[in-house]
Write a protein that binds this ligand. Structure first.
Ligand code: NDP
Length: 277
């Protein structure tokens, strides 16, 4: 039987995961199937179980099920444990479910390898304290930045994240205004403000002239954050298309033991998103 994988979410029609995983399989010559599964909001665990029982080997998990996936996993990788959210399952013998979180690794890979910007010794501003920010913290800290500052509209959530990673001396947290007067090398928008066509409440003067402004949202047009960053003099602008493809490549590696090449798939996906807009 052909090894079968799937992405599960609600909604699921917008998911680019089938396109990306089919490209990876074609490129590496892997014989596998990859489906998109819509789960009702109250039947995530049952839908996973049914897929597992019909021989499914692994899954990607997307909105809104990453926390439920974390609870359902029978084993967790360190990065999933740190993120307290799971975006990848690998099913083992005897019904075991390994839960991983590849989002943060995808972000780091995109910044370091695709954009060519090392994170070590850099000053990073991470905006947001939701699921995406949560998943990014450990992989970013593992690259040894000089500072990782977490800013959130509701500062208590940023402070809670700082507490969770308190063993790391280079971490700070607060409201956006708390970082006025500090300049950063890498500014990452992990809020959902761009989805509402809004800008997080950023004070001016945060961007070094060499700065990278990174918006996790994948979009064919510049987001309000990237427009603001450009006006503030940021040298590099990036959206989340690379992160999306890189997190998928990490999942593919976990399942198949082969790391696909991502550059051409990122380009194909950008073209696809551009034509769809
Ligand atoms: P969550 O809903 O978990 O978190 C939302 C965060 O955004 C919170 O910190 C919230 O602040 C903040 N926020 C929302 N609106 C505003 C606003 N108008 N101004 C300032 N802050 C705001 O979302 P996720 O973490 O799941 O997703 C965040 C983004 O990351 C989305 O755009 C998503 O598409 C993207 N993403 C991209 C991925 C990729 O592969 N490229 C992977 C995963 C996510 P508060 O706490 O104050 O409410």
């Amino acid at each position: 039987m052909t090894d079968t994988y799937a992405v599960i979410g609600n909604p699921i029609k917008h998911s680019q995961s089938p396109f990306i995983q089919h490209e990876f399989a074609r490129q590496t010559g892997q014989i596998m199937r990859y489906e998109a599964i819509l789960a009702a909001l109250d039947s995530f665990a049952q839908t996973v179980k049914t897929f597992q029982q019909r021989g499914g080997k692994g899954m990607n998990i997307t909105v809104p099920f990453k926390l439920e996936a974390y609870a359902l996993a029978t084993q967790l990788t360190d990065r999933a444990q740190a993120a307290q959210a799971v975006n990848t399952f690998k099913f083992g013998a005897n019904g075991t479910i390994l839960g991983d979180n590849t989002d943060g690794a995808g972000l780091v890979h995109d910044i370091e390898f695709n954009l060519g910007i090392p994170i070590a010794d850099k000053r990073i501003l991470l905006m947001g304290a939701g699921g995406a920010a949560h998943g990014a913290i450990l992989p970013l800290l593992q690259q040894h930045p000089a500072l990782l500052a977490i800013a959130n509209r509701t500062p208590a959530k940023a402070l809670a994240l700082q507490q969770q990673f308190a063993g790391h001396s280079s971490i700070a947290a607060g409201h956006y205004q708390d970082f006025a007067g500090t300049d950063f090398d890498i500014l990452i928008n992990a809020t959902s403000a761009s989805l509402q066509d809004k800008l997080p409440p950023l004070p001016a003067g945060l961007f070094k002239t060499t700065a990278l402004a990174y918006d996790m949202l994948y979009s064919s047009k510049l987001t309000p954050f990237l427009i603001f960053a450009q006006a503030q003099g940021a040298q590099h602008l990036a959206d989340g298309t690379g992160m999306l493809v890189e997190q998928a490549a990490e999942s593919f590696f976990l399942w198949r033991g082969i790391r696909p090449k991502t550059q051409t798939v990122i380009k194909q996906l950008r073209d696809k998103l551009h034509h769809a807009s």
